[in-house]
Design a protein around this ligand. Structure first.
Ligand SMILES: [Zn+2]
Length: 176
């Protein structure tokens, strides 16, 4: 506390006085200095990175993957809370063998298939593109459409990552 002059009349103040002895106005305390520090928030960073990985999976497989032939294992109509039987959405599960002899598997979806002859038959061959060394990153080779989910995952992941790195501000008051 070193408010030594009255802000109202400019006269010297008694040390520690709450009111000016000359004009009677209250003594304005100098605002406590505040230091703002930002700390990264780890939860948005981790969730953001996971979303980014999910988002870039398909573009990465299409860009860097190698081609192989897979086998369609099952074709199932997808019925859940967001999708009724009448939506004609299907999940196609497939397996494939990598160049180093491992087995990989994947699922792709075909939505609004009103003509079931468009669906692949169980047991038929399907082109699969997978990332060497990371065969769980795979996609049917003919999947050119990245879809909204890719964009949403990337946008949301990037947003969370930026928010996490900016972090939360913690304000520390410094007493003078
Ligand atoms: Zn005064």
């Amino acid at each position: 506390m070193n408010a030594s002059f009255c802000r109202h009349c400019g006269r010297p103040l008694e040390p520690g006085a709450s009111f000016c002895a000359s004009c009677g106005n209250p003594v304005v305390q100098p605002a406590a200095a505040a230091r703002t520090r930002r700390k990264p928030s780890w939860i948005p960073i981790v969730v953001g990175v996971l979303l980014l990985i999910m988002g870039i999976r398909i573009p990465l497989a299409l860009a860097l993957g190698v081609e192989t032939t897979g086998t369609v294992r099952s074709v199932e109509q997808r019925i859940n809370s967001n999708s009724s039987k009448l939506d004609h959405n299907y999940d196609i599960h497939y397996t494939f063998r990598t160049r180093d002899g491992k087995t990989g598997s994947g699922t792709t979806s075909m939505n609004r298939v009103y003509n079931v002859t468009r669906l692949p038959a169980e047991g038929s061959n399907i082109g699969v593109t997978y990332l060497p060394g990371l065969p769980f990153v795979n996609v049917p080779s003919d999947q050119k459409n990245l879809g909204w989910s890719t964009l949403i995952f990337i946008a949301l992941g990037a947003l969370l990552l930026v928010m996490g790195i900016r972090g939360t501000a913690t304000v520390t008051r410094i007493r003078r």
